[in-house]
Design a protein around this ligand. Structure first.
Ligand code: ZN
Length: 376
């Protein structure tokens, strides 16, 4: 049996792997974690959705109950154009902060989960249910790694509840909206700009589409926590040059849905509003996630957080979407909480950092949760 692993130094080690998506594949980082978990008694499998793009799934010994799943992603976003004061791949600590790309989003979460899992196995705390760790590649570009696992039969096994360790500053979030990003294309007939009567202007058609989208309202009651669905036209491009009649225009639409909506129906609704001449294609399609605050698993999580922080956290949701969009339905709609040691506002920032204290405290919270869920 290996010695206890410290979550802060493990976060540093993980930050030193460059896993910027899509330029630096996750395989080396996944192999490193696989070795660590295998030494600690886990059965580990790597799953590549493309060369070098490896997700990791690790199982502790099987028990009678469905396992608790700890989930997170290995990839990070790029560094951005602004210069960093701290080396983004060194994992330096300074005044209680651990710096580096992915320190908050979410290598501290992966480290805390891995350490808690290893400790729980070592201490013999898993008595009625085991642990499953799902550390995926390719989250930042639309949950590619999770989607690959979900459609590959037998890779995930069963789970009874899930923690997604995205940055929340140690607070529990019980859901988030879904994202349906669509591309709407209008077509026309090109002609010389001096003779527009000979063509059909695709940009005029697109302008009508944009106006229709601005007025579109989804007929669904608001979610008590997530509120109403939203729609934003984010991009528009079209035309060849100023002196031609444009024969094509493309509009990028970002719809954020609530769990009461089915994305196929939302797409049909948008299609009907825009008419048959507009071509619609999905860019990203991930459903929302929402677990009832009164679910026993969520109540346990809230109770543990309350005991550590001295007051009961308010039910809240995440502004971003996560791998739970794919994994929660893949596990049959299990109770899901988003809770990790990274700082929400640090995600994707220059000089990204995580609070060392929060990494340690969240690791302890994961251990307590594991003892409660798997040891009863
Ligand atoms: Zn993330």
């Amino acid at each position: 049996m290996s010695a206890s692993v410290d979550p802060v130094s493990l976060t540093q080690q993980l930050v030193r792997f460059d896993t910027v998506n899509p330029t630096s594949p996750e395989l080396d980082c996944a192999r490193f974690l696989a070795e660590l978990l295998e030494e600690g008694g886990f059965r580990v499998r790597l799953h590549e959705f493309a060369p070098g793009r490896a997700s990791l799934v690790a199982f502790s010994a099987e028990m009678t109950g469905a396992p608790l799943c700890f989930a997170g992603h290995l990839d990070t976003v790029p560094l951005g154009a602004a210069p960093w004061k701290h080396d983004p791949f060194a994992g330096e600590t300074d005044a209680g902060r651990l710096y580096g790309r992915g320190s908050s989003d979410m290598k501290s979460g992966i480290a805390a989960m891995a350490c808690a899992a290893l400790d729980l196995v070592r201490a013999g705390s898993l008595r009625t249910a085991g642990l499953t760790l799902v550390f995926v590649a390719g989250e930042e570009t639309g949950c590619e790694g999770a989607a690959h696992l979900a459609r590959t039969a037998g890779t995930l096994g069963k789970a009874g509840a899930m923690v997604v360790g995205e940055p929340t500053g140690g607070l529990p979030l019980v859901g988030h909206k879904g994202a349906l990003w669509l591309e709407a294309r209008t077509r026309g007939v090109t002609a010389h700009g001096s003779m527009p009567e000979r063509g059909v202007n695709a940009i005029y058609r697109a302008a009508r589409v944009v106006t229709a989208l601005e007025g579109l309202r989804f007929d669904v009651p608001p979610d008590s926590l997530l509120g109403r669905p939203t729609l934003n036209v984010g991009t528009i491009r079209g035309g060849l040059n100023v002196n031609s009649v444009p024969d094509q225009a493309v509009i990028g639409i970002d719809i954020r849905t609530i769990p009461a909506q089915r994305h196929a129906q939302v797409r049909d609704e948008v299609g009907r509003a825009l008419g048959p001449d507009v071509e619609l294609a999905p860019l990203v399609d991930v459903p929302g996630v929402r677990t009832d605050e009164n679910d026993p698993f969520i109540r346990t999580v809230f109770e543990l957080v309350e005991r550590r922080q001295g007051r009961r956290p308010a039910a809240a949701s995440a502004p971003y979407f996560t791998d739970a969009s794919i994994l929660t339905p893949a596990f049959g709609g299990i109770p899901t909480v988003i809770l990790g040691p990274g700082e929400l506002v640090q995600a994707h920032q220059t000089d990204e950092y995580a609070e060392v204290r929060c990494i340690e405290e969240t690791t302890e919270l994961y251990r307590e949760l594991g003892r409660r869920f798997c040891g009863a």
